[in-house]
Design a protein around this ligand. Structure first.
Ligand SMILES: [Zn+2]
Length: 371
């Protein structure tokens, strides 16, 4: 099945001519060319509503037990999820998982995929070893000086060329992320969004004696409290995808929709569902989570909006920018991305991998690095 058919399946409400427009709008990157390295000004604004399915721990530092907040325009404290927690801590991890699963399966069932990536597109390895936390490995010592080698991001997979990576000095060039996040803000004031939960330090769930160091925890001994976001409290935000091919766009959307955890101690908490009620294909970045949260708050007062009401508000907000590009309003999109067939996801990954290897070669040419 071709990718334009996949997008047709994802957006059944769209006319064929509109589907074609979206396909044409995306970047074409068929062969290496240094011009591919130049920004193209193709901005996909992806609006999300994050629905907590279990309680969330969202905090700025390891030590604090409180939730991160931002001030609303009317003076309320609004809980917020910072982008690194969401984008790097959750979505990016999800993409890595998806790619590893794909590669392992392709090696067993579709060796032709891997062969094609290697022979035609220049993928350099037999395996896929991209991991998130680069660590230092002590190399052979030369002249008494230990050589340090960075391992971690591989630099030749969709994860690396979509979310970016940094190299050690002198080892080539850094690649900037083409996904840029926002602040995911709840339109619900702190007092109504947060619950204080007491845990025993030797708790049944974690089986640990870990407890955050604070005045309070010292006072109360083995008991300590966490401030947590209550189930069902919505967060709104937006991600921007830059200069993507159709396959890269679909892969990033599938990953986003399949991201299921965010925040601290996700082994026990932090389960979420991502709703993607609106996408705007445009020339520039439009609106954001803080804007939408304030808008909902000013309409609703401190009444807690349901997920449904929040989705409606996001749709209404984005609709005012309809003339700024191609607008997709579809509250089922997240669900459809989650239930997309394995066969379709496999095609998306394969094409995205080809596309990023073409980009990689284009960047090599552009920067004059090894060819
Ligand atoms: Zn990689």
């Amino acid at each position: 099945m071709s990718l334009s058919q996949v997008i047709k399946e994802l957006l059944p409400g769209k006319q064929p001519s509109e589907i074609e427009k979206i396909g044409n709008w995306c970047i074409k990157r068929e062969k290496p060319d240094k011009l591919n390295a130049i920004p193209k000004g193709k901005i996909v604004n992806v609006y999300v509503v994050i629905e907590p399915l279990s309680r969330l721990i969202i905090r700025q530092e390891q030590e604090t037990t409180d939730v991160t907040v931002v001030p609303s325009r009317s003076g309320h404290s609004l809980p917020a999820i910072l982008n690194p927690k969401f984008q790097s801590g959750a979505v990016r991890r999800q993409m890595l998982t998806l790619l590893h699963e794909w590669f392992d399966r392709a090696k067993k069932e579709h060796m032709d995929y891997i062969d094609e990536l290697k022979k035609k597109y220049g993928y350099s390895k037999d395996n896929y070893t991209c991991v998130m936390r680069p660590y230092l490995r002590r190399g052979r010592s030369e002249g008494g000086k230990a050589e340090e080698v960075f391992e971690g991001y591989c630099g030749e997979c969709p994860n690396c060329l979509i979310f970016g990576y940094a190299v050690m000095e002198g080892a080539g060039y850094n690649v900037k992320s083409r996904v840029e996040g926002d602040l995911y803000v709840s339109p619900v004031p702190y007092e109504k969004a947060v619950v204080r939960v007491t845990f025993n330090a030797v708790d049944d769930i974690a089986k640990t004696t870990y407890r955050p160091e604070s005045e309070e925890s010292r006072r109360t001994g083995a008991l300590y409290e966490f401030s947590m976001i209550e189930v069902g409290i919505p967060f709104v935000g937006k991600l921007v995808f830059r200069d993507m091919t159709l396959a890269e766009l679909l892969l990033t959307l599938v990953t986003l929709a399949r991201t299921t955890r965010v925040g601290g101690r996700t082994t026990h908490f932090g389960e979420i569902r991502i709703h993607i009620p609106a996408i705007l294909f445009s020339k520039y970045e439009i609106g954001g989570g803080y804007e939408i949260a304030n808008r909902i708050l000013s309409k609703n007062g401190t009444k807690v909006p349901t997920i449904e009401e929040t989705i409606n508000e996001v749709a209404e907000y984005v609709k005012q920018f309809e003339k700024q590009g191609i607008l997709v309003l579809d509250r089922e999109l997240g669900d459809r991305l989650r239930t997309l067939s394995q066969e379709n996801v496999d095609q998306i990954v394969l094409q995205a991998w080809k596309d990023v290897l073409v980009l990689k070669k284009s960047l090599d040419e552009f920067t004059g690095t090894k060819l």
